[in-house]
Design a binder for this molecule. Structure first.
Ligand code: GAR
Length: 187
């Protein structure tokens, strides 16, 4: 089966769903074998530990340099790297080591509302401020620029003028939960 490493920075609700889905469905042929966080305080680390999933915390200097990280990914025999709320830019060495093997989920309909600084709440606040009638999710390959790799899958949600950023965030996150595992399985 294909072996996945998930990269996170926060809560890890998407990571949790991927881990649990593929554990409950071995016939999918996908296994999450490693969770990597750039934040030692990320809730996702506790979630992974509760599931006896190996975790790794990567520091900024090590992230830029890459030796240890590449060694770990190699040791775990990783086929696909899945970003799930991971907020650092992916360095060139990693893109080159895993060509078309790194995917991200973004909580908006790219190419709108992407780029540096456009993550989490900020995305939904910008969508709301612009008076958009829809938002959604984008799953895409990762290159060296934020949110610019080729798009694999998008799905939209309708918005009402009175929706707060929080309401939009909830609706979009639910769409992520319903789709990310399916798209990852397809890859
Ligand atoms: C998700 O909404 C994800 O799309 C977003 O962060 C949230 C993470 O939630 N990612 C970005 O904004 C990346 N630019 P989670 O930790 O509960 O999965």
């Amino acid at each position: 089966s294909k072996r996945i490493a998930i990269l996170v920075s926060g809560t890890g609700s998407n990571a949790r769903i991927l881990i649990d889905r593929f554990r409950q469905h071995p016939e999918d042929g996908v296994e999450v074998v490693l969770l990597i966080s750039n934040k030692a305080t990320a809730g996702a680390l506790t979630m992974a530990a509760e599931r006896d999933l190996p975790t790794l915390v990567v520091q900024r200097a090590e992230w830029k340099e890459g030796q240890e990280l590449l060694r770990a990914l190699d040791a775990y025999d990783i086929d696909l790297i899945v970003l799930a709320g991971f907020l650092w830019l992916i360095p060139a060495y990693l893109v080159h080591a895993y060509p078309n093997k790194i995917v991200n989920i973004h909580p908006a309909l790219l190419p709108k509302y992407g780029g540096k600084g456009m993550y989490g709440r900020h995305v939904h606040e910008a969508v709301r401020a612009a008076g958009e009638v829809e938002s959604g999710i984008t799953i895409h390959y990762v290159n060296e620029n934020y949110d610019e790799g080729s798009i694999i899958y998008q799905a939209a949600v309708r918005l009402d003028p009175e929706d707060t950023a929080e309401v939009i965030a909830d609706r979009v996150l639910r769409l992520e939960h319903g789709n990310y595992w399916r798209v990852v399985r397809g890859l």
